[in-house]
Write a protein that binds this ligand. Structure first.
Ligand SMILES: NC(=O)c1ccc[n+]([C@@H]2O[C@H](COP(=O)([O-])OP(=O)(O)OC[C@H]3O[C@@H](n4cnc5c(N)ncnc54)[C@H](O)[C@@H]3O)[C@@H](O)[C@H]2O)c1
Ligand SMILES: [Zn+2]
Length: 358
C-alpha cells in the first residue's frame, strides 16, 4: 500500500493508494486510532457493491459500525439530505468519538464532508472515493458542500479528512462513460503541471481505457500527488495557486449550466472547455499549434468530446460573468504555454465571444 502525504499548515493527512485493499480499511484507520465508532455514508449504487465489505473491514478492526445510504445522484447534494443525516446521527447517538466515512463519488464525499464539518461543530471523517473524479480530485483538498436551488456548491466549508483511502480496483465497476469523463481531470493535471503524466497517457491510453490496474495506479498516483501539491500551496484558495485547477472549467461550467446539467457530464464539459482554452491560448500567441494538436488528439482518443457546440454567447455570458473567476470585468483565464505549463491571464470577455462565434 502506498502512502502520499498532504502537508497542510495545521495538520497533515495521508492518502493511501492500493488495489483490492478495501477490506483493510479498518486496520489502516486503526493505526491512526482516534475513533470508537464509524458511520459509513454511501449512495444506493455504491452501497450495493461495496458497503458490506467496508462495514466488515471496520468491524474486524473493532469499530462499532452504522451505515446510512442516500440516493445516488447530484440531487442528494442538498440541505434536506444534510438534515436527514444529522437526524440519523443524533438518533444513533454519534458524538465526537464517532467519525464518518464517505464511501462513494464526489456527491457522497461533498455531503459527508459538509456534515462532518458542521455536526457537533465538526467531527472527524475519512474519504473512500470510488469514482475517478473523487479519487483524483474531490476527495483531496478539503472542499465540502452542497447545492442550493440557486446554484451549485453555494454552501460549504473547508474541512479536511483524516485520511483518504483509494482502492483503484473499485473503478472497474464504474460505468465506462463515467470513467472516461473522470479522465478529463487526469488529462487536465497533465496539461497544467505534469508533462510526465501527459506523456504516459499518450503512450498508455489503451491500457488506461481497459482499466488495467498498473495503469490505474499510475494515473491516480500522479494526479493525487499533483492535486496535493497545489492544495499544500493554497490551502484555502487564497494565494491563487489553486486557480490553475480551473483550466477548462470557465467554459466547462458555462456549458454545464446553460444546458441545466443535463447534456454533459462534468468531465465532458471540461474536455470541451480545455480544447477551447488551448485554441484560445494559441490564438493569443501563448502556445504553438502542435501543443494544441496534442491536447485535442489525446482528449479525442480518450473518447471525450472536443467540439465546442454552436452556443449563443448571450446564453453563456451571464453565466461566465457571475462565475467567481471574474474581476473588474475581465475573466481570469488559465492559458496553456506548453504541456505541463500554464499561466493566468486576465482576458477581455469579447475574446471568448469572438471564439464562440467562429
Ligand atoms: N470537493 C471538491 O473539491 C470537488 C471537486 C470536484 C467535484 N466535486 C463534486 O463531485 C460531484 C461529482 O462527483 P462524481 O463525478 O464522483 O459523481 P457521483 O458521486 O454522482 O458518482 C457518479 C455515479 O457513479 C456511481 N458510482 C460511484 N462509484 C462507483 C463505482 N465504483 N462503481 C459503480 N458505480 C459507482 C454513483 O452511484 C453515481 O451514480 C459533483 O457534485 C461535484 O461538484 C467536488
Ligand atoms: Zn472539475
Amino acid at each position: 500500500m502506498e502512502k502520499i502525504l498532504v502537508r497542510l499548515k495545521s495538520e497533515s493527512y495521508p492518502i493511501f493508494l492500493t488495489r483490492e485493499g478495501l477490506e483493510d480499511i479498518g486496520s489502516v484507520l486503526r493505526r491512526m486510532d482516534r475513533l470508537e465508532r464509524v458511520t459509513v455514508i454511501t449512495d444506493s449504487e455504491v452501497g450495493k457493491k461495496y458497503l458490506e465489505i467496508v462495514e466488515k473491514g471496520f468491524r474486524v478492526a473493532g469499530y462499532q459500525v452504522d451505515s446510512l445510504v442516500i440516493p445516488a445522484g447530484e440531487e442528494s447534494k442538498s440541505l434536506e439530505q444534510v438534515t436527514k443525516i444529522y437526524d440519523r446521527l443524533l438518533e444513533l447517538g454519534v458524538n465526537r468519538k464517532g467519525g464518518l466515512a464517505a464511501l462513494g463519488g464526489g456527491v457522497v464525499g461533498d455531503v459527508t464532508g459538509f456534515v462532518a464539518a458542521t455536526y457537533l461543530r465538526g467531527i472527524d471523517y475519512i474519504q473512500i472515493p470510488t469514482t475517478v473524479i473523487a479519487q483524483v480530485d474531490s476527495a483531496i483538498g478539503g472542499k465540502t458542500g452542497v447545492n442550493l436551488p440557486q446554484g451549485k456548491n453555494l454552501v460549504g466549508s473547508f474541512w479536511h479528512p483524516r485520511m483518504v483511502f483509494c482502492d483503484v480496483e473499485v473503478l472497474k465497476t464504474l460505468e465506462q462513460k463515467e470513467f472516461v469523463a473522470g479522465l478529463a481531470e487526469v488529462i487536465k493535471y497533465g496539461i497544467i503541471m505534469d508533462e510526465k503524466l501527459f506523456l504516459y497517457l499518450e503512450s498508455n491510453l489503451d491500457r488506461v481505457l481497459r482499466k488495467e490496474e498498473e495503469a490505474l495506479l499510475y494515473i491516480v498516483r500522479r494526479s493525487t500527488c499533483d492535486k496535493a501539491m497545489v492544495v499544500e500551496e493554497d490551502e484555502r484558495e487564497q494565494t491563487g495557486k489553486r486557480t490553475i485547477l480551473n483550466f477548462g472549467h470557465t467554459i466547462g461550467h458555462a456549458l454545464e449550466a446553460s444546458s441545466r446539467y443535463r447534456e454533459y457530464r462534468h468531465g465532458e464539459a471540461v474536455a470541451i472547455g480545455m480544447v477551447f482554452a488551448a485554441r484560445l491560448s494559441e490564438k493569443l500567441g501563448y502556445c504553438k499549434g502542435p501543443t494544441v494538436e496534442r491536447i485535442v488528439s489525446l482528449i479525442q482518443r480518450a473518447g471525450l468530446p472536443t467540439q465546442v457546440p454552436p452556443l449563443n454567447e448571450e446564453d453563456l455570458f451571464p453565466i461566465i460573468l457571475v462565475d467567481k473567476k471574474v474581476t473588474a470585468g475581465r475573466i481570469n483565464f488559465v492559458i496553456v504555454e506548453e504541456i505541463g505549463k500554464v499561466r493566468l491571464e486576465k482576458i477581455e470577455p469579447r475574446l471568448i465571444g469572438e471564439n464562440f462565434r467562429k
